[in-house]
Design a protein around this ligand. Structure first.
Ligand code: 4SX
Ligand code: FE2
Length: 348
């Protein structure tokens, strides 16, 4: 196998939204993201600390979906490395010209082994960084894109694929015979990509980081004040995995967005992997809060490189896991005719 591309970090995502005006209200008016560029059918958004052209593209389309996850690589020479690597593992690989996505230079797009549309790029139009433009920043200011979370039927296969790309493993949820979830990084934080077990390939969420917990709490107050509290799905709370303070929102199309702060540094070569037992109820919510079932079973469909839908498959339901890990995504409480939906954190 050839050398993988030198990936720096998760850099942007492109989401298909069915109502661009409603999406603009959510991501710009409510969440405060900065509009770098606006077209009749697309919005290019960034967070306050970012100087690359965008970290989120919203594109009008008939069905909500993930059009692309994009990683930035360390230099233009990495595009050829990426091309060779992905052609070598036998997945569809395309080089696209600069400007195929506004603000992004020449890039390599692949339909990765997990079924996701992924782009690798280096060149990007620089924009003004608003880190200290406090006069522009709302009380719930978002600093930067932090990570992607994808839902796949085979967590171990995703683990092997991403470690093969040189990602470090910061945390896992496991027991003696299964890996239920894992968090992997290239930048020196807890993750650029997280893997959730379930029907997939689907996008579980895109996460942005804020500097302070109070900024996340302010988003909750803003949504309450706007009678838009139904956009809050899970949290605010403290994760066990990553130690981050979190809030999960659903945008007008149902795409899940996480706002996240206070994870930790992982940049030393001997950074130890934190392994959570799947029966530890603090793993997902450190305070033991129940995880709402929608968080485990709802996610966004993904598109292939031609914009068509990617078929979804389900993970095997291990009867043994059905008894112990219903709250972790693909088991269910009870077995056979006694299936009772997802076991929540407080259930034995
Ligand atoms: O809910 S988990 O503690 O597993 C978790 C940890 C970090 C994340 O970014 C996340 O989305 C979910
Ligand atoms: Fe997350």
């Amino acid at each position: 196998m050839t050398t993988p591309p030198d990936i720096i970090r998760a850099a942007y995502a492109e989401l298909i939204v069915t109502d661009l005006a409603a999406a603009r209200w959510f991501y710009v008016d409510v969440l405060g993201l900065v509009v770098t560029a606006e077209e009749p059918e697309a919005l290019y958004l960034r967070a306050f600390e970012e100087y690359t052209h965008h970290s989120l593209v919203l594109r009008a389309g008939p069905t909500p979906a993930l059009a692309r996850l994009a990683y930035r690589v360390r230099g233009p020479e990495q595009l050829t490395v990426a091309e060779r690597y992905f052609a070598g593992i036998g997945v569809e690989t395309r080089r696209v010209a600069a400007g195929t996505t506004r603000g992004i230079g020449e890039a390599v797009r692949v339909h990765d082994p997990l079924g996701f549309p992924v782009e690798f790029f280096y060149e990007t139009t620089h924009t003004e960084r608003f880190t200290q433009h406090y006069h522009r920043q709302p009380g719930n200011a978002i600093s930067r894109l932090d990570h992607f979370n994808v839902m796949v039927p085979d967590v171990r296969a995703a683990y092997d694929y991403y470690t093969g790309l040189g990602f470090g493993v910061s945390e896992t949820i496991e027991d003696s015979d299964s890996l239920y979830a894992t968090w992997l990084f290239r930048k020196p934080t807890v993750h650029d990509i997280a893997i959730t077990g379930g029907d997939g390939p689907r996008l579980h969420h895109i996460a942005f980081a804020s500097h302070e917990r109070h900024q996340i709490l302010h988003t909750c107050d803003v949504l309450g004040a706007l009678r838009a509290e139904h956009h809050i799905e899970r949290g605010p709370g403290r994760h066990g995995v990553s130690n981050a303070f979190y809030l999960y929102l659903r945008d007008p199309d149902g795409h899940r967005i996480e706002i996240y702060t206070s994870d930790y540094y992982t940049g030393d070569p001997d950074n130890p992997t934190v392994r959570w037992d799947v029966t530890d109820n603090r793993r997902r919510s450190f305070w033991g809060h129940e995880v709402v079932p929608s968080w485990y079973n709802e996610a966004s469909e993904v598109l292939n490189l031609d914009g068509g839908p990617v078929p979804i498959s389900s993970p095997p339901v291990h009867e043994a896991s059905a008894a112990t890990i219903g709250a972790d995504g693909f088991g269910v409480a009870g077995t056979g005719e006694n299936r009772q939906g997802f076991k929540l954190g407080h259930q034995a």
